[in-house]
Ligand binder design. Sequence first.
Ligand code: BV8
Length: 250
Amino acid sequence: MDDRLQQLAKRLSGATRVTVMTGAGVSAASGVPTFRGPHGLWRSFRPEDLATPHAFARDPRMVWEWYDWRRSQLAACEPNAAHDVLARWSAHPGFTLITQNVDGLHERAGTRDVIRFHGSIWELQCAEECRGSGSGWEDRTAHLDPLPPRCPPCGGLAGPGVVWFGEAIDPAVLARCERALACDVFLSIGTSSIVYPAAGLVHAAKRLGAFTAEINPEATEAAGDLNLAIAMPAEDVLPQILGSVTSSCD
Ligand code: BV8
């Protein structure tokens, strides 16, 4: 085993509390396009054109055509080996998984109690009268009809249950993440560490004393501040260190 993997495995096996933050790279092996890679989702779109409240207000149908297309792509995707290892680790009480992904693959792999930092593409929420009343609902229909969908109680426009640029993260989600920063190891997997406040969590954990590491074939902007960077795909690394998160995490 690569000596960097050995170093990470050793840290994990001695840890009582482990927090993992994932990004789109964890789902890459499942066939889900990342956001900023050469074949990324944003390659043909600009975030500010689509993933913002202004874009939705300007042209809800266009925004929904993008999300409906992404939902139909995701419906054909299965969790991969990286999701499976993280699901096994989630059985340990000292383990927390925070994901920026909205694809729901961690849940489908069996991960318990996922903290969804940017929401879920499988949820809808009222964009009008009921907005903000926590009135989100799940809808896994492959192709939504009508598009844009309507809120059942008030008949107003419904939007995807995700956090857009310029929107605040749910305070309850932030509070759970704050608590998870007090950990022995904070592992950042498959994220470019560009989007805040998600990208700030690993640095906050380090300031609190956590051993910090990233798993990403390409070094990120965060790598220089971390204790360890493993330049390999998540689906190759995680199965090799599956056994390192054990009952010591109980
Ligand atoms: C906020 C929506 C404040 C759902 C997403 C101006 C105005 C307001 C805010 C800002 C501003 N300027 C900057 C900001 C902050 C802004 C931000 O960070 N912008 C960036 C672009 C600079 N953040 C926000 O707006 C956030 N809100 O600040 O609110 C506020 C406070 C109070 C009141 C009001 C407002 C909200 C951010 C949420 C944005 N929503 N998505 C959707 O449509 O999906 S972000 C989008 O990027 C995705 O959700 C994704 O989760 C996120 C991060 O991307 P990654 O997951 O990292 O994916 P990426 O493709 O970038 O990287 C993949 C990595 O995987 C790569 O490094 C690759 O090398 C690696 N990889 C590939 N294969 C593998 C692999 N790794 C491992 N294994 C492999 N096999």
